[in-house]
Write a protein that binds this ligand. Structure first.
Ligand code: SGN
Ligand code: CA
Length: 554
């Protein structure tokens, strides 16, 4: 099913029909036929056969190995190398201490599948065809793993994939179906489906290490992608971390009680607040006696064996009983929910960090460290109570920004920090250049290698963002331009009471005056000039990136 949103916002959208599909409202308009043809003809031009470039003659005789460790929804606010106020991540910090931390890595579309598609292709959603979760990735497209294969690399992928089609461009792959499960998860591989006992973050790492040990061809460089499910909702900690942070109070973010005033009304219309939208059972792990008899409860615990379930109950039950006795309400209840949420989220991250350590230890032990580039990143950022929220999607800073740390021994100066606007759009070209392979003309990012080498280069000072999905968490479709200091945001469609409607709302954020993004200056006469400049910049970037005047998505 295709969705087309008319870009000419002065015209009303012609909504022909609405269909609920897997929880996401799918909309269709009168433009479908022409836009299908348009996207398909563009997809035809992107076939890899003609465009896989030859191996370039690299200056280094031994191209480096690349280990790409990737998590799902890991906020930079929860990494101590990024000055976290709430946790410690000693192993991710090992990477940052020996490499470069990027302080402003922005995603093109802050949601899982689209971010992954952008990373693989080096293209915005409108060119790689993956606009929102639920789409199916066109695996015939040119991707950086395919190009590394063509350059002589052995490639392997473990963990979360979430692109619906089978992985392409990997010699070996072993992935979670869909979102995957935290406990005793199933995996898909070319040989079928298998269920493995244990905790997902550990198993993904075990498999990756086993591949390094048993399946790696020592004569060739490799790309190893280790992609965790954690710390995705519903934030289920592993057995080793269930009791971490008990009896501790985690600091709250400044905007936990944001009232959404002074911004476009759509900002208040989302359904992703800690206060209202967390489910008592699945999210907060407090099951009432009635719910304990429900199918939901059975499903939640279906994967845990008796021992795991007993450990789980021992960790949560005493606190749950205290909560019931305390009869909290109002802000105190929200505070309690925040504590439960953030502790579970951080417990999931503690496991990721331990497992990052296992990979780094292996690389050290087998003398691979000197010629292996290690990258740590997430598919997007996440709200850890800022604006009262969990989840992502918005152009606001916490979900727009994602962590990016790169260790490249002998090239990247230890403990270096970069504050340029970089993006997941740049990952493909960066990895290709690191490998000594050429990028493709079709890719829309830029290699970060000059920044990694701290060379003086002209860099982008404005960035284009576009979020499309209407449905889960009721976030408006919006696009915008982002600079060091400002954001101009255009909200152009939303669901109101489950119905789609056209919107024409704008916000202008000034992070220097308002670092927590609590107020729009769009209608402030003082900002007329900057508003005009940003608006011009938005148009320029739309042209540069070939954003179609009608948006199409499946
Ligand atoms: C699920 C989550 C949402 C989350 C989306 C997308 N609900 O639907 O909270 O926004 O995934 O996440 S849940 O109850 O099923 O956990 S994404 O990382 O895959 O994009
Ligand atoms: Ca994600």
């Amino acid at each position: 099913m295709l969705i087309v949103l008319n870009w000419l916002t002065s015209l009303p959208l012609i909504w022909k029909q609405q269909i609920h599909l897997r929880g996401t409202l799918v909309l269709a308009s009168a433009f479908i036929a022409s836009m299908v043809a348009d996207f398909n003809s563009r997809a035809q031009c992107n076939q890899p056969s003609a465009t896989v470039p030859p191996v370039s003659a690299g200056s280094n005789s031994a191209p480096p190995n690349i280990v790409f460790i990737f998590s799902d929804d890991h906020a930079y606010q929860a990494i101590s190398a990024y000055d976290s106020k709430i946790n410690q991540t000693p192993n991710i910090d090992r990477l940052a201490n020996a490499g470069m931390r990027f302080d402003r890595c922005l995603v093109t579309n802050s949601i899982c599948g689209p971010s992954r598609a952008t990373i693989l292709t080096g293209k915005y959603s409108h060119l790689n065809g993956f606009f929102q979760n639920g789409n199916q990735f066109d695996g015939t497209q040119l991707t950086f793993p395919k190009m590394l294969q063509a350059a002589g690399y052995q490639t392997a992928l473990f963990g979360k994939w979430h692109l619906a089609s089978e992985p392409t461009g990997f010699d070996d792959w072993f992935v979670l179906p869909g979102q995957g499960e935290y406990y005793n998860p199933d995996f898909l591989s070319p040989t079928g489906r298998i269920r493995l006992a244990g905790y997902c973050t550990d198993i993904v790492t075990d498999r990756a290490l086993n591949w390094l040990d048993q399946q790696r061809d020592a004569q060739r460089p490799f790309l190893l992608m280790v992609q965790h499910k954690a710390p995705h909702r519903e934030w289920m900690p592993g057995p080793a971390h269930l009791e971490m942070y008990q009896d501790q109070e985690i600091p709250e973010p400044i905007s936990l009680f944001d009232d959404y005033s002074d911004r476009a009304p759509v900002v208040a219309d989302q359904t992703m607040t800690i206060k209202e939208h967390m489910r008592w059972g699945w999210d907060l792990k407090v099951w009432s006696e009635t719910e304990k008899a429900s199918e939901n409860y059975r499903r939640f615990f279906a994967r845990l064996d008796a021992e795991q379930k007993a450990q789980w109950d021992a960790a949560y039950e005493p606190e749950n009983q205290e909560l019931l006795a305390a009869e909290l309400d109002g802000e105190n209840l929200t505070r309690w929910k925040y504590q439960r949420y953030i502790k579970d989220y951080l417990r999931c991250i503690a496991s990721i960090d331990d497992n990052v350590g296992r990979i780094l230890d292996y690389i050290d032990e087998y003398d691979l460290a000197d010629n292996t580039v290690v990258i740590y990143a997430s598919d997007q950022g996440f709200y850890l109570g800022e604006h009262g929220w969990y989840d992502k999607r918005w152009i606001f800073e916490e979900s727009l920004r994602t962590p990016l740390v790169i260790r490249w021994p002998g090239v990247v100066e230890p403990e270096s920090v970069n504050s340029n606007i970089v993006s997941n759009l740049d990952f493909a070209q960066t990895i290709l250049e690191i490998a000594g392979a050429s990028g493709s003309e079709e890719m829309q990012g830029r290699s970060l290698v000059p920044l990694l080498k701290q060379e003086q280069v002209d860099w982008r000072d404005a960035f284009y963002y576009h979020y499309y999905e209407l449905g889960t968490h009721n976030v408006a479709a919006h696009e915008g331009v982002v600079t060091d200091r400002y954001k101009l945001i255009h909200y152009y469609a939303e669901l109101k009471n489950g119905q789609p409607r056209n919107l024409e709302d704008w916000n202008l954020m000034d992070r220097e005056r308002d670092p927590y993004e609590l107020k729009s200056y769009h209608d402030d006469p003082e900002y007329l000039e900057i508003r005009a400049e940003l608006s011009h910049e938005l148009q320029r970037l739309r042209e540069l990136y070939q954003v179609p005047s009608n948006r199409v998505f499946e």
